[in-house]
Design a binder for this molecule. Structure first.
Ligand code: FES
Ligand SMILES: [Fe+2]
Length: 396
């Protein structure tokens, strides 16, 4: 018999809860307190949040432009001049490594007449615009351009690419278009420390493979599906019999992180060998969803994999699954896990989220009450209550 890491791709260990310190108790009460016998049940978000292009446009301008979102990985920038481009909140951006080995992020737009500067990824000693060959230093400063000296009064030093904030979070680079955004450690308290404990090798990781999963649904439908396991027992057949222990499964807020925890069982029957003595968390399973569109997930054996979502429009999203090993070295175990994940959990979830998107467009749908169990647990949607609060605030 094969035993699976039955995740709803969301599962981890109760042991992780002890690291959360004060934040855990406070947020737990916030998440469940309204469900007492005298309270009115919390209703799910109105369908228009998921179906109205105007709401999506508002999110692109606001929420998605002022939150931390995945840009790429530090291992993509090894030598000065290495760069990669990416999209965020409707903007095309790029990251580059300077000669001083500093990671910089810029809007991918020339300051002359707005042509795009770079495409894909690569290495370039200078950034040269393909339109009229204005040339920028890796620090973003304009260096030269044909016939610029003929322009009376032009001060080249005043022309610079527009910079974007980048944070290196354990080797994972995140961008935020809001120059005044709080640092990630304030958004996601304790996460950096916990991740380093769960994945001691995290600073030397490199991606081994990527799986791209297009879904015909609003990005929030997919994120919500990731963030509750009320649907797991019925829809993920391996869930109740595999490595995780559903009765111990829970999700709690930790700042703007949703932390998934569960106990593991039957580690001796895993599909790959694990040296349980190699470190404190070798036998643990855990995940950290970073609002609004990224998640770190750790499988027993300290195997790190990630999720990030890129919305295409109001009813389409692409979910990316990343799998990492030290220096990107080949590992059959990780390839097999990626295939297994794609064929089971991911496949099962695609059908759920696409059906929900269709249902949200029905005139017959009236938003129902969320199942917020005061004691939390696997059959509770307290995490959805928190997520939907953030979703509402995102377009206020
Ligand atoms: S638009 Fe870039 S050089 Fe003219
Ligand atoms: Fe699921």
């Amino acid at each position: 018999m094969r035993y699976y890491l039955n995740d709803c791709s969301l599962v981890n260990l109760t042991v992780g809860q002890r690291h959360v310190e004060g934040v855990f108790e406070t947020t737990r009460n916030d998440m469940t307190s309204e469900n007492s016998s005298t309270a009115t049940p919390v209703k799910s978000l109105d369908a228009r949040y998921y179906t109205d292009p105007a709401i999506f446009a508002q999110e692109q301008q606001g929420l998605l432009a002022r939150t931390w979102q995945y840009a790429g990985h530090r291992s993509q920038l090894q030598k000065p001049g290495d760069y990669f481009t990416f999209e965020l909140a409707g903007e095309n951006l790029f990251c580059v490594l300077t000669r001083e080995h500093e990671i910089k992020g810029y809007y991918n737009v020339c300051q002359h007449r707005a042509h795009r500067l770079l495409t894909g990824e690569g290495n370039s000693a200078l950034i040269v615009c393909p339109y009229h060959a204005w040339t920028y230093e890796l620090t973003g400063q304009l260096r030269s351009g044909p016939n610029l000296n003929s322009v009376a009064g032009l001060d080249k030093s005043s022309v610079c690419l527009s910079e974007v904030r980048i944070e290196d979070f354990c080797g994972f680079l995140f961008a935020n278009l809001d120059a005044d955004a709080k640092p990630m450690d304030e958004w996601f308290p304790n996460v950096r420390k916990e991740l380093t404990e769960y994945v001691p090798q995290i600073e030397s990781l490199k991606s081994l493979e990527w799986v791209e999963i297009p879904e015909k649904c609003n990005w929030k439908v997919s994120v919500e599906n990731y963030s509750e396991c009320y649907h797991c027992q019925l829809n993920h057949p391996t869930f109740a019999t595999g490595v995780v222990k559903p009765s111990t499964y829970d999700i709690q807020a930790q700042g703007h992180c949703l932390r998934h925890t569960t106990e593991c069982q039957q580690l001796d029957k895993m599909t790959y060998p694990i040296d349980l003595n190699s470190n404190e968390h070798a036998g643990h399973y855990s995940s950290w969803f970073l609002w609004p569109m990224f998640s770190f997930q750790v499988y027993p054996g300290n195997i790190l994999n990630t999720y990030h979502w890129r919305p295409v429009n109001h009813e389409q999203v692409v979910l990316w699954r990343g799998w990492y090993t030290i220096d990107g070295s080949d590992a059959d175990v990780v390839h097999e896990l990626a295939v297994q994940d794609r064929q089971t959990t991911v496949e099962e979830d695609i059908h759920l989220v696409e059906s929900v998107q269709q249902g949200l467009k029905s005139r017959g749908y009236v938003p129902g009450p969320l199942v917020v169990d005061p004691s939390g647990g696997v059959n509770s949607e307290h995490s959805i209550k928190v997520l939907q609060k953030w979703m509402r605030e995102g377009v206020e």
